[in-house]
Write a protein that binds this ligand. Sequence first.
Ligand code: ZN
Length: 135
Amino acid sequence: MLIIDCPWCGPRQETEFGYGGQAHVAYPEDPYALDDAAWAEYLFYRDNPKGIYAERWVHSVGCRRWFNALRDTHTYDIMAVYRMGEPRPDVTSPHGPRDSELVQSTVVPGTPNGASDQAPGAAPDAATSTERTGK
Ligand SMILES: [Zn+2]
């Protein structure tokens, strides 16, 4: 079971929370300017990364407040939680603190043990890029 650290209440079991999907999906500035494809993109299409994902959660049986969390979709580790309106913490490590070491709005940049996923001699941009290469 996940332990989620509510920014207001502290660590609680995941059964107290509701999932709200991807965070930071901005409402279109001019929705009337969108064609159907762009509107469908806004409504239905979300990122699906293997790695750190910013998502919304609500503490539905606690304080009933919404907040954002950065969760590693590969390990299920919640790297950081932060309140709505706060900037997204800069989490770059794919393997952050365990659930028992959850931190609020505090981020440990880089890999804690100094290990690197980067291949020796690889360019830093190539190792950290999430873009897909050509097909
Ligand atoms: Zn709460």
